[in-house]
Design a protein around this ligand. Sequence first.
Ligand code: NAG
Ligand code: NAG
Ligand code: NAG
Ligand code: NAG
Length: 395
Amino acid sequence: MLLPIVLPLLLPATALSSSTPPPQPYSTWLATSFLSKSPPIDRYYVSAVLHQGLHAAGTQHNNTALLTHVSTALSSLVSTNGIVIGWKPTYYSLDDLRIGNNLLTAYQETPTKTPDANQKYKTAADNLRRQLDSYPRTPLGGFWHRDPQYKNQMWLDGIYMASVFYARWTALFDAANGTAWGDVALQFDLVEAHCRNGTTGLLVHGYDESKKAVWADRRTGAAPNVWIRAVGWYAMALVDVLEVFPRELPAYAKLVSYFKELAEALVRAQDGESGGWWLVMNEPYPGKKGNYIESSGTAMFAYAMLKGVRRGLLEDGERYRAVAERAYGLLVDRFLKREANGTVSWEGTVRVGSLDGDGSFEYYTSVPLSENDGKGAGPFMFASVEMEMWKGSKR
Ligand SMILES: *[C@@H]1O[C@H](CO)[C@@H](O)[C@H](O)[C@H]1NC(C)=O
Ligand SMILES: *[C@@H]1O[C@H](CO)[C@@H](O)[C@H](O)[C@H]1NC(C)=O
Ligand SMILES: *[C@@H]1O[C@H](CO)[C@@H](O)[C@H](O)[C@H]1NC(C)=O
Ligand SMILES: *[C@@H]1O[C@H](CO)[C@@H](O)[C@H](O)[C@H]1NC(C)=O
């Protein structure tokens, strides 16, 4: 009986796994590890997602050091008259709107006792929102991923970058505007119609409405492959937008059905052996040489499922929770690296995946991994906070 207690003490520190209690919650452990490296903030999406993760961990555990770091960092990005420094209203790239979420959170959290601070975030968020009024669109009304490089293309990534902000801004400042809500839903409808595979329930990386890109299907415009992080961004976009989308609008039920179908597809696509998901998720690639279990996408799916269960979007929550918990266990065991100095590092996140090239399996699997990448570490903090909320609620 003593063996399970004694054994870990005999192992080197690097072999400690999820069965060993961590010195602090995983969310704050990774967040404070980042803090010790003082990651510089910038206005691009990776930084936006990482800082949202630091903020989520800080909020869940009332960690003042984390929250102060995040608010100071964000404040340094926004001039006193409400300009995100370096942002250009005439440069149209959905990636550059992700920071809008951080601005809205800062706005909501700096109440009227500091009206100037409060106002600068509102002005900055309004400027980003206004850009969408003149943003270039596909003939069917989808925002281009970027102008002019990705003209007429919608990528799943872009839905997370822009639509969550669009929905949150609308909920805060324009909640009665049915046109705006319809426009938010339209972005999802378009990728659903063009990217979802009806058999597997998974979505390919994007589509080109003009069907001109080298990777575009000549008939539908769809990209050929299912790239894990694109689906991960999309799953997070659905669950985050559903948090603010008005329930009484018909599009709400439609968005819920998109989310449920995706969650079911993810259950089917989960790797039976590891509990994670493959970088390239569509057949015949899972298990194929060169393919691997990728950490950022796996963290995004764990987060989306756990939050979907918490918010009652997924019936039979226990089943989804079991899938997400298994994935989360893998993240902790395989991708959260214990350093000798007591900090943790984040591993196993693919650096990029773009539809700039041919969108082939060979392309996606040729991209290197990066360490301590905010695109994976941020979502791991989101998933950890969901796990920690759930454990807290059981006490
Ligand atoms: C801890 O070790 C990691 C890995 O060597 C390093 O990147 C990090 O800066 C160290 N942190 C502190 C606080 O020394
Ligand atoms: C959060 O931490 C601060 C500073 O440590 C403390 O004053 C405050 O009471 C805490 N709030 C909660 C809800 O625990
Ligand atoms: C409602 O939203 C639409 C779409 O975003 C926008 O074009 C329009 O100006 C908004 N209407 C008002 C009254 O703000
Ligand atoms: C959907 O997925 C199935 C199973 O992998 C595949 O056979 C089929 O070709 C895919 N459909 C499209 C339109 O790509």
